[in-house]
Every structure is written in C-alpha cells, then in structure tokens.
Design a protein around this ligand. Structure first.
Ligand code: XMP
Length: 511
C-alpha cells in the first residue's frame, strides 16, 4: 500500500481518493508522525502533500528523512515539491505573479513514465505563491506553465517525482492518468482496492468495534444516512436502531419512499416519528429565512434527542452512528492538518449530549464514493442518485411564511419537474433541480376564466462543489413542457418562471 503524508493541504484526502479511483489502497498520516514507531517498510511508496508553509522559511517543516532514506518511489506535491528542491540545494522564491486556478502546462519531456497518456499541453490546478527558481543539479525539469514556472521535475538517480500543481484536484484533467502512472507503473502497486473490498473491510471494522453492543442512527431520508444504515445493517443487523423524524417538509412521497425501502430491505429496529404538525405550528408567522432554519434545526434535534434518549435507556444503546462524509469533516477542520472553513451540523455535538461512542462509516469517503458504496450495497439507483437536499427541507423553498397549503402546491410542482427530468434523461446530468414557491400572485387565463394565483420558480444548477454553479441550459422544449404541466396540473399556480442566475452572485437556494 501507499502512505500519504499530510503537510496541511485542504486537498490531502483527494490524493487518497485518486489512489482509490485507480484501485490502490492508501493511508494518510500527519507530517509529525513518530517514524521510529512506524512500520515504514510495509509501504511501497510515499506521497508528500501540499501545505500552507513557505518551503525556504526557517520554520518550514522538513521532509521526513526516515522515508527519504528508504529510497522507495516518492511523489512530492506543491509544498512537497518546493521543499524537495530546497533540501536538495535548489532555490525557492516568493513569486511576483501568483498562480491560482486552472493553468495550462507544457511537457518538456514527452515520454516520461509519469506523464504517459498526457498530451503535450493540458490543464492542471495551480495554487501557489512561491515557485522553484533554481532546480537542484541532480534533477531535471519535466514541464513548465505558460508563465515559465517550473511545473514538474524528477530526480536523475532516485525514484523521486515532484509536481508544483495539484494532480489530485478535479481541475487537473489528466490527474487519474498521473496517479495510474505513478502508482501502478512506477511503483508497481496494486490494483488492491475496490468499493467491494472497502465494503467488506468496513463491515469487519464495524463488527469488531461494536461487538455485541447496540447502535443508534438518525435516518434523515437523505443518501448519506441511508447508505450508513445499509452498511451498519450488513455488519450488525438487529443490533441497529434507526430513528426517523418526519418533519413533513420533504419532497412529495420521498419520506414514504425511503421508509418503505428501509422496511422492505432491512430488518433492523425502525422507529418513526411523525412530527410534521409540530414543525408547521413552530413555523407559523415566521418569515425570516435564518429564523426558519434555526427553528427547524432546533426542533429536529429536540425531537430526535427525545426519541433517542428513550431508545437508549430502554435498550441500553452505547453507540451513535452518523452519516458524516469527508466534506463535512473538512469543513469543520477535523480533517487532519488543514484549517477551519466553517462549522458543520453533522460533526460533533450529539454524541457528547447523549454520552455515546461515535461511529462514522463514511467519514473518509467523498459524495461520489458514498453513492458507489450505496450501489455496492444494492440500494436502488433512484434512491442513491438523488440530488442533495437541504436539512431544513422545503422550509427554505417556500419563500416567507411556511403554510401547509403552500408546501402541498410546491411538492406537486416539484414532483412534476423531477418526473420530467427523469423521463428526459436530464436528472443525472444536472447537479441540483427543484422548485421554489413564491407567494406572488399574477394574472392568467385558465380555460375561459381569469386566474390570479401563485408563482413557481424552477431552479436547476450545474456545479462541481456547490460553491459556484451555473444555471442549466435545458432545451426550451423541455422547459416549455414542464411549465405547461405545472400550470395545468397543479391548482393555484398561474405562472412558472426559470431562474437564469448563476452562483455567484446568486446562491443555489432562494433563501
Ligand atoms: P446555497 O444556497 O448556499 O446552497 O448556494 C449550496 C448548497 O447547500 C445547500 N443548502 C443547505 N443545506 N442546510 C443544508 O443542509 C441548509 O440550510 C442549506 N442551505 C443551502 C443547497 O441545497 C445547495 O446544495
């Protein structure tokens, strides 16, 4: 297997993900690992991540000598590459012109094994403010950016490869080919990892950790908690207690769909609570989006805690499982050496309150891997490929005050939209699609009668990470059909509009 050494980059887990995607098992450890107590010989290769430091600063963290001494193949990324150049006697300087974002590089050696399958020119992700000004004499350059910055080099005598760019980032178009070349060809590693392998290993780990104890899991209806439930069920069956709090603010039939799937396929203990009326009452008269979010969040936690506490005491539950995935972890800065971006509701909090031990079977997986695991567990594709859905549900898609009658209209319109996207094959081509209910009335004609009714907004977004996004350019004919169906088939709607704003400046949701 391969060892990845984390020097504090936000992208370190993406290196592990790239390794997995070419079928190689890897482990991530921090740079301050005690190497003398570590079985270095059991790894075939090492990868040094990027990091926030300046390689030539007196305080910069040096490369791990213990690993360098093994003379096994090593890949140095960004900070790693600069630090290697620095330690071998090269010169790293702060740049006048920083490079951030997608950048074109040109190979100077076209037949190097690291760049097999790469075209002479291609796009990579650069993110650095220092650059390598003078390469050590033992190294040769392999690629430059169009600004003349060294982008890749290798050692003349040792199996060391270094890249200034981030091959692990999605923006690096041939990233997978680079990892395939390094791991499979240069290191002669694997393939030794597959989702099926992960599933079997994770099942063993859960069984070992839980023993004959009981585990509680909150099912939200979303993909992550469903996949967590499925893998826990595979591992411990009836030792699992699932609590499902229905807030009445899901898409049409979605709650029933998830509930009946769970009941048909799993035989764990399933506790459902219909709290929809409490949620509608709590939201009465509230129009401010943030206040609505807070009310729903708090009521959800309170309801869950109440039911959970009953179950815990009644059955002596000792573990709490959560469907935390890696993006939740990194956003809360629990992801190793990286810095805090924002706190996240999925991480921390609950276990302390319930004094239970925490299990997070998806903690190191990315969303697409969670989906792949869900499919490997045999969950139906329609459930697994669902778009992300916000925690507060339709609360933030009914603009202003949330009334049950508005939610009903929204659910019907939204259901028609999703149905048409599935039929036309567009659902899996877009990142998120939904309707918004605007309590704005406009005049229309239905049959021979004047109508004066509400507005439905259609919002469809293409995005990699939801930090930015573009509205989807759906064919006009399809939009026309969806608009006509909503006005004709959903009572109290007299107008449908399409949101053509990108993010930024707009957000994905309307509230
Ligand atoms: P925005 O509207 O911030 O949305 O551009 C980006 C992504 O986040 C989702 N979103 C939320 N998810 N609770 C959630 O769990 C929320 O309060 C929330 N607000 C937005 C949104 O659906 C999109 O995928």
């Amino acid at each position: 297997s391969v060892l990845i050494i984390d020097y504090g980059s936000q992208l370190t887990q993406l290196i592990a993900k790239r390794a997995r995607s070419v079928g190689v098992y890897s482990e991530v450890v921090p740079y301050d690992t005690l190497w003398t107590e570590f079985n270095v010989d059991s790894y075939r290769a090492f990868i040094i991540s990027g990091g926030p430091m300046s390689a030539s600063d007196a305080t910069a963290i040096p490369l791990p000598q213990t690993l360098l001494r093994t003379e096994k193949p090593m890949l140095f990324i960004c900070y790693g590459a600069q630090r290697l150049a620095h330690e071998l006697g090269g010169l790293v300087e702060s740049s006048q012109k920083r490079e951030y974002g997608s950048t074109v590089i040109t190979l100077t050696v076209t037949d190097d094994p690291l760049f097999r399958q790469w075209p002479e020119e291609s796009c990579v992700l650069m993110s650095h403010s220092d650059h390598i000004e003078v390469l050590p004499s033992d190294c040769m350059p392999l690629a430059y950016t169009n600004n003349g910055v060294l982008a890749a080099f290798k050692h003349n005598h040792k199996p060391y490869y270094a890249v200034q760019f981030h091959p692990e980032a999605e923006e690096t178009v041939y990233g997978n080919a680079l990892f395939e070349n390094f791991l499979l060809t240069i290191c002669g590693e694997g393939p030794n990892w597959s989702m099926q392998y992960y599933l079997e290993e994770e099942v063993k780990v859960i069984r070992q950790c839980v023993g004959d104890q009981l585990v509680l899991l909150g099912l939200s209806g979303g993909v992550d908690s469903l996949v967590s439930a499925a893998i826990l069920h595979r591992a411990i069956g009836k030792q699992l207690y699932c609590v499902f709090v229905d807030h009445g603010l899901m898409r049409l039939h979605e709650t029933q769909q998830v509930q009946s799937y769970v009941q048909e396929h799993f035989d764990f203990n399933f506790i459902q609570v219909d709290a929809s009326q409490q949620f509608f009452s709590a939201l009465e008269g509230i129009i401010d989006p943030e206040e609505k979010r807070k009310i729903v969040g708090k009521l959800f936690i309170d309801t869950f805690l109440q039911v959970a506490t009953e179950q815990i005491h009644q059955h002596h539950v000792t573990f709490l499982a959560q469907g935390t995935i890696y993006s939740d972890v990194i956003e809360s800065a629990h992801g190793g050496k990286s810095q805090l971006i924002k706190s996240h509701h999925n991480v921390g909090g609950l276990p302390e309150e319930l004094s239970l031990q925490l299990i997070e079977p998806l903690r190191y997986l990315f969303k697409d891997e969670v989906r792949a695991l869900g499919l490997a567990l045999g969950i139906h594709r329609d459930l697994i490929m669902r778009h992300p859905f916000p925690g507060p549900g339709l609360t933030i898609r009914v603009l202003g005050e949330v009334k049950e009658s508005y939610v009903k209209i929204l659910q019907l319109a939204d259901n028609l939209l999703i149905e048409e996207l599935h039929t036309s094959g567009w659902y899996e081509k877009v990142s998120q699609a939904f309707c918004v209910f605007a309590p704005v009335k406009s005049v229309g004609v239905k049959g021979d009668n004047r109508s004066y009714e509400y507005t439905i907004v259609i919002r469809i977004i293409q995005s990699d990470d939801f930090m930015t996004g573009k509205f989807a350019k759906l064919p006009w004919d399809l939009l026309e059909k969806i608009g006509a169906r909503i006005v004709n088939e959903v009572a109290h709607v007299s107008r449908v509009v399409y949101d053509i704003t990108n993010k930024p400046p707009a957000t994905v949701e309307w509230e």
